[in-house]
Design a protein around this ligand. Structure first.
Ligand SMILES: [Zn+2]
Ligand SMILES: [Zn+2]
Length: 195
């Protein structure tokens, strides 16, 4: 019951759809490498996800994109985690929108910057804040791939957040308990916890 999870060697970041700046994905990769203490690579290709567009909602179906990310890397055993990064607005049928989605204890996660930008709320751009939010959302979704569910500690990055105001309140770090769980995959030296 306490089998050691297969260790995660690297996180592969995949730009998804139009409008995502590669410099931003590069910066995110550097930040994630610091959080998880494992190497993070950015794919040079951009995944076309027009198939996932719901023309009536004007949004992209997150679960369908995750499935395609999963299929596209199924053959490549060296890819242990893949994070799709998109500027497109994502949804799942039961919700108005999602900031991201992940396969619980799976390989794939997806984050959207669409609703993390201040401009979405009619405010002036703030690139620093956008990166902070993107890091939190990416760490959160990757946390799900490491088997973590939502955490009751509001400061923990695994706290559930459906609004940017709540996202801004929590930290980008795991609580001690969540950090221990992630460390089982990343070699234990990873993920400084909130103090
Ligand atoms: Zn979550
Ligand atoms: Zn936690």
């Amino acid at each position: 019951m306490n089998a050691t999870p297969r260790s995660v060697e690297a996180i592969h970041l995949q730009p998804v759809g139009e409008g995502i700046a590669l410099e931003l994905v590069d910066e995110l990769a550097a930040r994630l490498a610091g959080v998880f203490r494992i190497s993070c690579h950015v794919s040079m290709s951009r995944m076309d996800v027009r198939f996932a567009l719901d023309a009536i909602r004007g949004q992209y179906y997150s679960t369908a994109i995750l499935q395609t990310l999963s299929n596209s890397t199924a053959e490549d055993a060296s890819v242990s985690r893949i994070l799709g990064v998109t500027a497109l607005d994502l949804y799942v049928p039961v919700l108005t929108f999602v900031f991201g989605e992940a396969q619980l204890q799976g390989r794939c996660a997806l984050v959207s910057l669409h609703r993390l930008r201040e401009e979405f709320y009619g405010l002036p751009p703030n690139n620093g804040l956008l990166m902070e939010r993107t890091v939190k959302e990416a760490v959160h979704e990757l946390g799900h791939t490491f088997g973590l569910r939502h955490c009751n500690d509001w400061r923990c990055v695994m706290a559930s957040t459906h609004a940017v105001e709540r996202l801004d309140l929590k930290s980008a770090a795991f609580c001690a308990e969540c950090a221990r769980a992630v460390g089982r995959y990343t070699g234990g030296s990873s993920t400084p916890a909130i103090s």
